[in-house]
Design a protein around this ligand. Structure first.
Ligand SMILES: Nc1ncnc2c1ncn2[C@@H]1O[C@H](COP(=O)(O)OP(=O)(O)OP(=O)(O)O)[C@@H](O)[C@H]1O
Ligand SMILES: [Mg+2]
Length: 237
């Protein structure tokens, strides 16, 4: 796939809750292998953007494409089967199941067909810390280990674009660095795209290829990390 083709394209997404509009004409593109950092103050609409991309929005208009296919009318399960993944805020794991059960439950759903990019064995290779602890209850893991498991679950099957909602929350700085390096390496090696929502601006800027800044639900900056640092919007952070 040429790197000029957008993996994920969001065009003029407007969305909200009840009669309140929270997002106003949000547009951005993620290319294969690239990480887009979606930044902005609390309440500016970052989580709402990710929820709408995966199909959990209450009320939305606008067009969204995954590898050129229109996805905005598809159900959540159809978007997941086409390779979209969301790591929700606060760790997307089954806390009362073991690590092994977590992997099996998600693999049952996401690895049904042949030719999966990531089977359970591939995830365990990426995260050796999990492989020796398959019988450990996931909720008893440290925050960093839970986040590794959440990322591992998101990779099962054939993901194309992963949406990460503040994965660094509650993690020690060295773990944030390790997690982010893993995200970057997996994205590059498997040509996945990622939308990384973060309050940890410094850490996310280290791995971001592109930066989109939201303010009050609207895009106020869209460009390279270097352009972001030199922009008028950088004083936000
Ligand atoms: N379920 C909901 N019902 C009504 N309003 C909501 C709901 N979830 C979020 N909002 C409102 O939508 C706006 C955007 O919220 P959102 O959670 O998308 O922001 P965010 O950028 O992710 O913030 P944070 O950095 O605090 O996570 C806020 O004004 C928020 O109060
Ligand atoms: Mg949020």
């Amino acid at each position: 796939m040429s790197t000029d083709v957008a993996l994920l394209e969001v065009q003029n997404l407007s969305a909200g809750y009840g009669n309140k509009t929270v997002l106003h004409d949000v547009s951005f593109k993620v290319k294969p292998g690239q990480i887009l950092a979606l930044l902005g103050h609390n309440g500016c609409g970052k989580t709402t953007t990710l929820k709408n991309i995966i199909g959990m929005g209450e009320r939305a208009t606008g067009d969204m494409y995954l590898s050129g296919e229109r996805i905005d009318k598809l159900k959540v399960s159809e978007r997941i089967s086409r390779g979209l993944r969301l790591l929700p805020e606060g760790r997307g794991i089954f806390a009362t199941l073991t690590i092994g059960e977590n992997l099996d439950v998600v693999a049952d759903r996401n690895c049904r067909g042949p030719d999966n990019r990531f089977e359970v064995k591939d995830v365990l290779e990426l995260f050796p810390a999990l492989s020796g602890r398959l019988d450990t209850i996931a909720g008893s893991l440290s925050g960093g280990q839970q986040q590794m498991l959440a990322l591992g679950l998101a990779l099962l099957g054939s993901p194309r674009c992963i949406l990460l909602d503040e994965p660094s929350i509650g993690l020690a700085p060295n773990l944030v660095e390790r997690l982010f390096e893993l995200v970057r390496d997996v994205c590059r090696s498997s040509q996945l795209g990622a939308v990384l929502v973060e309050q940890n601006v410094a850490a996310s800027m280290k791995i971001a290829d592109h930066v989109t800044i939201l303010n009050n639900g609207a895009v106020v900056f869209d460009g390279s990390p270097e352009e972001a640092r030199n922009s008028n919007f950088w004083h936000y952070f």
